[in-house]
Design a protein around this ligand. Structure first.
Ligand code: B12
Length: 474
């Protein structure tokens, strides 16, 4: 069968979920295609490809785009439409959209290939494990959950179609890897506890690839494609000391490229930070999320103190590891003053770059339910924006407070970097939302990501192109 994946825009971060599905499909003899939905000739390409199945990997926010694209395609072509990724996983009602034939909830590695095999055999979508399907207008949910027990047994993600898409993507010096799946923590805003509920308690037992298996994939990728810098993008990079003691010297000896990883500040100590540095860790992404201890403990269910975050940041800085800190503004029941506390904590942690996001109540999460209970969210997930850098779907004490929070998010990076500007920035947050604040945010995001967090010798001409794009799009 012909399976086509459609991604809104193929940018320089790998569509990892899709790349994990491709090798299974190919092993079963299916033909796989990957197109960019924003391509001007999309219709002609789909007509030439004649796919039997079209697969979409969907986050909440982008679901509106993918549903509308799928409805349009269905007017012209006959195919089975399958939605996978976080949105259908936590909002299975999306199957009720007339254009959607099947959804995959949770991991799709083996089960999507099973689904395609059964479809080829019987001609009708079947509810294999993790799937819900619609047959003659009736929705059937599989009760069985499938989950990859040992990540080392998986084929390596197939990057070929993605890297072949354009010269820019092929040559992009940063290549992404995933060393583990799952998370032992249960923060109320994150998808991990919802995944744990779906998988009846097994998701929190983190599955980690062996250093050998991970390094074998990296060695293959850096031999095959241009790479100067690596990014590990799971929830939390493996910080188990035995794992790190094995990984650090092997990585240094066989790969020796600087890398970026996601870590939790309360899990770091002198030895783990030392091992990360020894391996060549250049930058880390950490969650500060909120500076208010009460909101952190009670609302976000994140148990770590301000002091620990400050001292772990100091350890990282001592080893020369650069920090990008995530901060969540506009929490349910939170205030503008709480967000200023977050700014203060970010200033004390002194990361290279403080990135602020506006909280979005993703479906399936406890915090989304709490937001409804607190009366600041009406439960309509259609209000979630395409990105969390835009606006809040929540209500606050006054419309002015909401505006100040949304403005602070745009100016947060500047205030974190230059604490002396904080009083001025507080005043600026009273102004109506405007393109200048958005341009300030996008410029800082671009400059810090590409010069401090993922430095890779970008050419002046590329910087010019990127700044022109910011000016056009804000
Ligand atoms: C890396 C990452 C990114 C990267 C790359 C994302 C990408 N293109 O894959 C970047 C930085 C670009 C990014 C951007 C965003 N992200 Co992000 N991201 C992640 C992160 C940390 C890892 C994703 C990953 O690679 N996982 C490993 C792979 C193997 O798992 P997977 O993608 O889930 O795929 C499996 C299944 O979902 C399924 N599957 C996936 N797609 C499909 C398709 C079909 C047809 C089928 C059958 C199955 C299937 O099978 C796959 C293999 O088992 C996750 C959190 C996490 N730890 O997973 C958040 C996460 C996915 N992101 C999230 C969000 C919100 C976003 C943004 C909207 C943020 C923003 N900018 O405002 C954007 C939207 C991007 C988009 N494509 O729409 C949320 C999604 C929540 C939700 N309910 O939608 C998550 C869960 C984090 C969270 N907040 O809890 N993200």
């Amino acid at each position: 069968m012909k399976i086509l994946f459609l991604v809104a825009k193929l940018a320089v971060v790998e569509p990892f979920g899709i790349m994990c599905l491709i090798p299974h499909l190919k092993q079963r003899g299916h033909e796989v295609f990957l197109f960019e939905a924003e391509d001007d000739d999309l219709m002609a390409q789909v007509a030439a490809c004649k796919p039997d199945v079209v697969g979409y990997s969907v986050c909440t926010g982008s679901h509106k785009f993918y549903l509308s694209l799928n409805r349009t395609l269905k007017e012209y072509f006959r195919f089975i439409a399958v939605f996978g990724g976080p949105h259908p996983t936590f909002f299975p009602d999306v199957i009720n959209d007339a254009s959607v034939d099947a959804i995959c909830r949770g991991e799709g590695d083996v089960v999507f290939a099973d689904f395609c095999d059964r479809l080829q055999m019987t001609g009708i979508p079947e509810a294999v494990p993790n799937f819900a399907v619609k047959v003659n207008g009736q929705v059937v949910h599989s009760k069985e959950r499938h989950f990859v027990q040992d990540l080392n047994l998986l084929p390596f993600p197939d990057r070929g179609l993605y890297y072949a898409h354009s010269e820019t993507i092929y040559n992009h010096p940063v290549k992404t890897f995933v060393a583990s799946r799952g998370c032992p923590f249960s923060c109320s805003y994150c998808f991990n506890h919802a995944m744990d509920k779906l998988y009846e308690g097994s998701w929190k037992h983190v599955r980690v690839r062996t250093p050998d298996n991970l390094i074998a994939e990296i060695a293959h990728v850096v031999r095959t494609y241009p790479a100067k810098f690596l990014a590990f993008r799971e929830s939390i990079f493996p910080l188990n000391k035995d794992w790190l003691r094995e990984f650090a010297p092997q990585y240094k000896a066989r790969i020796d490229l600087p890398f970026y990883a996601h870590v939790r500040l309360d899990m770091l100590d002198e030895e783990s930070v030392g091992l990360l540095a020894e391996a060549g860790c250049y930058s880390v992404n950490v969650g500060i999320e909120t500076g208010n201890p009460e909101l952190r403990e009670r609302l976000l269910q994140r148990r770590m103190t301000n002091e620990k975050m400050i001292s772990s940041s100091r350890l990282l800085r001592k080893q020369g590891i650069r920090i990008i800190a995530n901060n969540m503004l506009g929490l349910p029941g939170g205030t503008f003053e709480n967000d200023l506390e977050t700014l203060r904590l970010s200033q004390q942690c002194k990361p290279e770059y403080s990135l602020a996001m506006i909280y979005q109540p993703y479906p399936g999460t406890r915090l989304a339910e709490e937001a409804v209970r607190l009366g600041c969210f009406d439960g309509n997930f259609e209000k979630i924006s395409f990105t969390y850098y835009d606006s809040s779907p929540l209500t606050f004490r006054t419309p002015l407070e909401k505006r100040r929070i949304e403005n602070l998010q745009k100016l947060f990076g500047v205030a974190a970097l230059f604490p002396l500007f904080t009083p001025l920035i507080r005043v600026l947050t009273y102004l109506p939302q405007n393109r200048i604040f958005s341009a300030v945010f996008s410029t800082l995001y671009l400059v810090f990501h590409q010069s401090e967090i993922f430095p890779h010798g970008k050419k002046l001409s590329d910087w010019k192109k990127d700044f022109a794009h910011i000016l056009r799009s804000t």
